[in-house]
Design a binder for this molecule. Structure first.
Ligand code: COA
Length: 262
């Protein structure tokens, strides 16, 4: 099922100023995640964390799929120990995205199943076409989601619907995924790139430090007690006043938004 043999060919990375674009290029296997792809993605995320990237857009090549899951052909031969290691490789990538100092966007134009759904959920935002299809079909294969799905899904859409999706393997479309809160924005299929670029532009317009901090605090709110989260927020809010916002002094920056000049 592997269609290209050089690991470097499976993931394409390009950087234009503060935007890094990562494309999974395994169209013949619907961009399925094998070890090479997981490692290349993790490498791209780590590198982007050190090169001034402010936004990363992750896409799957072709029209049909973002990512149709973990590579089934590869998994056929796994021992329990190899399967656990594969799962950990997926987790390494999901954690790298969680901690990354930039905003990651999953551009989902088609199938995002199994590991594809998990990869999309690990990103900070999902921008999906109305033709996108999300699902966690693993139980049908005698497996469970292994790249963080059991830990991320309930936090994104609530325990009840998460349980429905995981135990029935039911697929949902882009609009339903948006209604459930899994997808940040949904667009007509031919407007997907415009929608993605609108998010990229929106992020680039904000202050880099403030956005990094906001992401960190939002994510930690999922597992931190409320009181400790608030204390963390106050410290970070205070720190914002100890530095110059991007491109202008603080007074101008604050006043700009209330339309008054002093
Ligand atoms: N791993 C490896 N190869 C995969 C794959 C996966 N997860 N998903 C699809 N492919 C391959 C197929 O084997 C096929 O290759 P082939 O042409 O060499 O036979 C090719 O991608 C196209 O898939 P196909 O099933 O023919 O397309 P379809 O339009 O009929 O169905 C899907 C698309 C996504 C619904 C279907 O491929 C599917 O259900 N894939 C598995 C999804 C899944 O269970 N993921 C979780 C894995 S834990």
């Amino acid at each position: 099922m592997t269609n290209n043999n050089d690991p470097a060919d499976k993931v394409e990375v390009s950087k234009d100023e503060a935007v890094t674009r990562v494309t999974i290029r395994r169209p013949k296997s619907l961009n399925a995640l094998d070890v090479d792809v997981l490692e290349s993605l993790a490498e791209a995320v780590t590198e982007a964390g050190h090169d001034g990237t402010r936004v990363m857009v992750i896409s799957g090549s072709g029209e049909k799929a973002f990512v149709a899951g973990a590579d089934i052909g590869m998994m056929e031969h796994f021992s329990p120990r190899e399967a656990q290691e594969f799962s950990r490789k997926g987790h390494y990538l999901m954690l790298a995205l969680d901690r990354a100092p930039f905003i990651s966007i999953a551009r989902v134009q088609g199938y995002a199943l199994g590991g594809g759904c998990e990869l999309a959920m690990a990103c900070d935002l999902i921008v999906a076409s109305e033709k996108a299809v999300f699902g966690q079909p693993e139980v049908g294969l005698g497996l469970i989601p292994g790249f963080g799905g059991t830990q991320m899904l309930a936090a994104r859409i609530g325990l009840s619907v998460a349980t429905d999706l995981v135990v029935t393997g039911r697929r949902i479309g882009g609009r339903d995924a948006a209604a459930l809160g899994m997808v940040s924005r949904v667009s007509a299929h031919d407007r997907l790139d415009e929608e993605v670029e609108d998010v990229v532009k929106g992020v680039l317009q904000g202050d880099a430090h403030a956005i990094r901090e906001a992401k960190r605090l939002l994510r930690q709110s999922l597992y931190m007690p409320f009181e400790i989260g608030l204390s963390s927020e106050a410290a970070s809010f205070g720190n914002c006043f100890d530095r110059q916002p991007t491109g202008e002094d603080r007074k101008t920056s604050l006043r700009r938004h209330v339309g008054k000049k002093r």
